[in-house]
Design a protein around this ligand. Structure first.
Ligand code: SF4
Length: 368
C-alpha cells in the first residue's frame, strides 16, 4: 500500500520566474537548438524561464529528474537528467547519486523507483498521474487468482501497483515478456494485467497463458485501418508498434517493441519515413535525435502522462511534494519480483515482430 502527502496546489506565478533576457536566451541556446524542430520559437521564452528555474533548483537541492519517453519534448530534452522506459528509469533511480528523484512519469513508475531506492525521496509532480493498466487490477485480485490457479506462477507487467508486484513471482516489461515467461520452465503462467500484451506474447511461445482484462487506454485505440490509411498516404512507410496494441495491429506492423526498442531501432536503421504506433510525444522525442528521418505522427495522447508539466515539476522541487512511499513490507516483496527479472540474462526477444499470424488459442482469461 502506498501513502502520499497531499500537495499544495499553488504553482509558481510566471512573474516569480527568471526573466527571458538576452543572457538567458544565450545560456539556453544549446537546449533550444536541440528542440527547435518540435517547439515553435514563439513558445520558447516561457518554457525557457521554467527550464532555468528547474535546472537551478535541481542543483541547489541535489535532485534529479527522470523522464519517461512519453514526456513532452521540453521536459524530455531540457530538464531530464535521465530518460527512458519505465524499467530503465527505475534502475537509473537506484544507481543515481542523488537523494531526491522527481519522476516525470506516472504513479506506478514512481513506486517502482521507490521500491528499488527505498532510501531516496521520490516525488511525483501530480499524484493523479495514473495508468489504465495499473488501475485494472489490485493485490487482492492477484491473491484470488492464485487461489483459483494454485501453483501457476504469476508474471506481472511493470505497469502495475506495488501491491500487485508484491503478489507476483516475477515482473516483466514489454520487451522481455517472452523471455520472462519462458524462464520459468513451466507449461502455464498467469501474465497480468494487459490482455493485448499477453495475447502478443502467446504468439511467440508454447507456454499456456492465463491473462486479465486490463488494457492501455492509449494503445487499444489503434486499428489496422489506421495503419492502412497511413501506408496509403505515405508510400514506403515503416510502421513500428508497441506490444500493448491489439494483436491485429501488431500483425500489420513491420516491427514491434517497447519504447526503448523503437527508439533504438530508428536510430540504427534510419528509415526514410516511420510511424510509431504509440503515445504522441514519443515521435517528437525520437525525432529530435534523428533529424534525417521523416516522422508520420498518428496521435493518441496519454492523459495521465500529460498531467506532468514544467510548472508542476518546478512546484514539486520547491515544495518536495508529492512524496511517494511504499509500505516497507510490500516494497520488500515487490523488489524481489522486480529483481528476479533484472537478474535474468539478457536475450533479445522483441522484433522483428511478434508472430501474430499464429492462432491465439492458448490464452485464457482469468475472470474471477
Ligand atoms: S500510455 Fe497506457 S500504459 Fe502508459 S501510462 Fe498511459 S495508460 Fe498507462
Amino acid at each position: 500500500m502506498s501513502t502520499m502527502v497531499s500537495p499544495n496546489k499553488k504553482e509558481t506565478e510566471l512573474s516569480a520566474l527568471p526573466e527571458f533576457t538576452p543572457a538567458l536566451a544565450k545560456e539556453l541556446e544549446p537546449l533550444y537548438r536541440r528542440v527547435a524542430s518540435v517547439i515553435p520559437e514563439f513558445e520558447w521564452p516561457v518554457y525557457a524561464r521554467y527550464i532555468k528555474a528547474i535546472n537551478d533548483l535541481k542543483r541547489e537541492r541535489g535532485a534529479i529528474v527522470l523522464a519517461h519517453n512519453y514526456m513532452t519534448p521540453e521536459i524530455f530534452n531540457c530538464v531530464a537528467d535521465f530518460s527512458g522506459d519505465s524499467l530503465q528509469l527505475a534502475k537509473l533511480a537506484a544507481q543515481a547519486d542523488a537523494d531526491i528523484i522527481v519522476q516525470a512519469g506516472v504513479h506506478f513508475m514512481a513506486e517502482t523507483s521507490k521500491i528499488l531506492s527505498p532510501e531516496k525521496t521520490v516525488l511525483i509532480p501530480d499524484e493523479r498521474a495514473g495508468c489504465s493498466l495499473a488501475a485494472s487490477i489490485t493485490g487482492e485480485d492477484v491473491r484470488q487468482l492464485k487461489a483459483k490457479y494454485p501453483g501457476v506462477p504469476v508474471v506481472t507487467y511493470v505497469n502495475t501497483s506495488a501491491d500487485v508486484k508484491a503478489e507476483s513471482d516475477i515482473c516483466c516489461t514489454s520487451s522481455n515478456a517472452v523471455q520472462v515467461v519462458e524462464s520459468l520452465g513451466v507449461d502455464e503462467v498467469i501474465l497480468l494485467p494487459d490482455e493485448f500484451l499477453a495475447k502478443n506474447v502467446a504468439t511467440m511461445t508454447d507456454v499456456e497463458i492465463i491473462t486479465w482484462k486490463g488494457r492501455c487506454e492509449v494503445h487499444e485505440q489503434f486499428t489496422t485501418e489506421d495503419i492502412d490509411e497511413l501506408r496509403d498516404a505515405n508510400p514506403g512507410l515503416l510502421v513500428l508498434a508497441h506490444p500493448e496494441c491489439p494483436p491485429e495491429v501488431m500483425a500489420a506492423a513491420d516491427y514491434a517493441g517497447s519504447t526503448s526498442d523503437m527508439s533504438n531501432y530508428v536510430k540504427k536503421e534510419q528509415p526514410e519515413k516511420v510511424a510509431l504506433i504509440t503515445e504522441c510525444s514519443m515521435s517528437d522525442n525520437v525525432a529530435v535525435e534523428n533529424p534525417d528521418v521523416e516522422f508520420i505522427r498518428p496521435c493518441n495522447l496519454c492523459p495521465h502522462m500529460k498531467r506532468i508539466t514544467l510548472e508542476n515539476i518546478l512546484h514539486s522541487l520547491q515544495t518536495l511534494t508529492v512524496e511517494v512511499n511504499v509500505d516497507p513490507a510490500v516494497a520488500e516483496k515487490a523488489r524481489l519480483a522486480v529483481q528476479r527479472m533484472v537478474d535474468l540474462p539478457l536475450r533479445k526477444v522483441s522484433g522483428p515482430k511478434f508472430r501474430t499470424q499464429q492462432p491465439l488459442a492458448h490464452v485464457e482469461y482469468a475472470a474471477l
